[in-house]
Design a protein around this ligand. Structure first.
Ligand code: SF4
Length: 91
């Protein structure tokens, strides 16, 4: 589980009474010590580093669904991991 998740909700439907709500995860935050696709060097998604006491502490990803270079640019999710995980060189 990510440490923090930002969600975005859309209301759709014919009228207010029959509306359905769709939620999309817009960003998520992981500790740099987590072994996740979000902290892996092969993750191709948008991400950034947040610092504490001048040290990398969190990795914040935008869209948690992206691709993986180590798996032929196949689909990858920020919260998963595989045996090819390699620490992101920027951490
Ligand atoms: S699928 Fe494996 S190699 Fe690819 S980004 Fe995720 S942990 Fe890294």
């Amino acid at each position: 589980m990510p440490l923090r998740v930002r969600r975005d909700a859309d209301k759709t439907g014919d009228d207010g009474n029959n509306a359905t709500v769709r939620e999309r995860i817009m960003s998520a935050v992981y500790r740099v010590t987590d072994k996740k696709c979000a902290t892996c060097r092969w993750w191709n998604g948008e991400r950034g580093i947040e610092f504490r006491a001048n040290q990398p502490y969190y990795v914040k990803v935008g869209n948690p669904n992206s691709t993986c270079s180590a798996r032929g640019n196949g689909a990858a999710s920020a919260a998963t991991v595989c045996p090819r995980w390699t620490r992101w060189e920027k951490l």
